[in-house]
Design a protein around this ligand. Structure first.
Ligand code: FMN
Ligand code: SF4
Length: 386
């Protein structure tokens, strides 16, 4: 287990000369840009952790002259608020990341899908975008970005549901394959990347892949912006090198009485105190799109679980049966066990249902409901039963 300890980093919010990085990228060939991102080991920061360089490479390989780069700023995962901060503080880096990705893949158009609740940021985001468009026009580069607004549906953060939403349809996930790199927005080759992924790629071009590669571990290169909330004396946004244990994280951010940390939001995993020391935060342990929620001993883990299940039952798009019915049944099931209307052994049946949902659901929403469900039931069973 490679353990890097807890180190604060300032990469994402570091102030840089955007035009200098853009010029550097423009002097590189598409292959050179993609090679840098591949060599950095960067994996997507939106949650799934797909290697960013590969995504760009696959999109670049498509012959269609019309391609898109989409920035996923839907940020719907409970407990995640880092993309809002990135857009608020360094929007021009997001625009630069999209332009560089566009150059690497041959896309001339970018869309940013912004969480509906972040509408209040639009005036400043438009002002920054106007300045950015002027700058790239001055150097004669043909690339433009437009905003599209979300409307409060968690499922619209899922990449193919997001495309449906931009295209004006109900936000429901598509069948895969084809993957977005082949047929994405408007059925054209598309790379969709998280806000933080795009900014990180700018910093990789600026510093060089070798420098970035030194941060983090074999499976989790680099640093990550965390949204820290719950029972902590210092809630907020922190950028940390990847590869710390949950214990090291709790030593820094806990209130001295942390009994569990929910890593990765409602779709992530609950780590109990007894596993803090042996669990690495990253792709080799518990991955996270950034949400870190701490719970102390005053919290009922039944209430935590109920809250997540209620969220999933509400947000399931209803398209496939395992998720639509499964979310409702898990919610009703734990309620019955808590009230004593079902035996505690019924929890074992519900765990089997969560396993079935993982393999039978159509998209990541239904597939990940079991993460929080199983990790809370397995580690806090005594708090769930009557
Ligand atoms: C239900 C659901 C919601 C999602 N919400 C988001 C989101 O708000 N932001 C995001 O970047 N990715 C979200 N994703 C992941 C995206 O589908 C996609 O993997 C991501 O935008 C790819 O970017 P990356 O490779 O830079 O991580 C969500 C996935 C699912 C299944
Ligand atoms: S898993 Fe859930 S959210 Fe995803 S397509 Fe099926 S019903 Fe919709």
């Amino acid at each position: 287990m490679e353990n890097k300890g807890l180190t604060k980093v300032d990469l994402i919010f570091e102030s840089i000369d955007i035009m200098k990085v853009m010029k550097k990228a423009f002097e590189m060939t598409s292959d050179e840009i993609i090679q840098q991102i591949l060599e950095s080991g960067l994996k997507g920061r939106g949650g799934a952790g797909f290697p960013t360089g590969l995504k760009w490479k696959y999109t670049a390989a498509e012959k269609d002259p019309e391609k898109y780069i989409v920035c996923n700023a839907d940020e719907g995962e409970p407990g995640t608020f880092k993309d809002r901060e990135i857009l608020d503080k360094v929007a021009s880096k997001v625009y630069a990341g999209m332009t560089i990705a566009g150059k690497a893949m041959g896309a001339r158009k970018g869309f940013i899908y912004l969480r509906g609740e972040y509408r209040f940021l639009l005036p400043q985001l438009f002002a920054e975008l106007h300045k950015f468009h002027k700058l790239i026009n001055e150097i004669g580069y043909d690339f433009s970005i437009e905003y599209r607004m979300g409307s409060g549906a968690y499922i619209c953060g899922e990449e193919s549901a997001l495309f449906e939403s931009i295209e004006g349809f109900r936000g429901e996930p598509r069948n895969k394959p084809p993957y977005p790199t082949v047929s994405g927005l408007f059925s054209k080759p598309t790379s969709i990347n998280n806000v933080e992924t795009l900014v990180t790629s700018v910093m990789i071009i600026e510093k060089g892949a070798n420098e970035y590669f030194k941060l983090g571990t074999k499976d989790s290169r680099g640093s990550k912006v965390f949204s820290i909330s719950g029972d902590t004396p210092i809630p907020g946004i922190f950028e940390l090198e990847l590869g710390m244990t949950v214990q090291e994280f709790v030593n820094e951010f806990g209130d001295g009485d942390t009994k569990a940390v929910q890593v990765g939001g409602a779709s992530g995993f609950c780590v109990p105190r007894k596993k803090f020391k042996d669990t690495i935060i990253g792709f080799e342990g518990v991955p996270t799109g950034g949400s870190m929620k701490l719970f102390n001993s005053s919290r009922s883990m039944y209430n935590v679980l109920h809250n997540y299940l209620d969220f999933f039952a509400e947000e399931s798009c209803g398209q496939c049966t395992p998720c639509r019915v499964g979310c409702q049944q898990l919610l009703k099931g734990v309620e019955k066990v808590k009230k004593g209307e079902s035996k505690s052994t019924y929890l074992n049946e519900l765990v089997k249902l969560a396993d079935t949902m993982k393999v039978a659901s159509k998209c990541g929403l239904g597939q990940s409901v079991g993460n929080a469900f199983k990790s809370i039931v397995e580690n806090f069973r005594e708090e769930i039963i009557y």
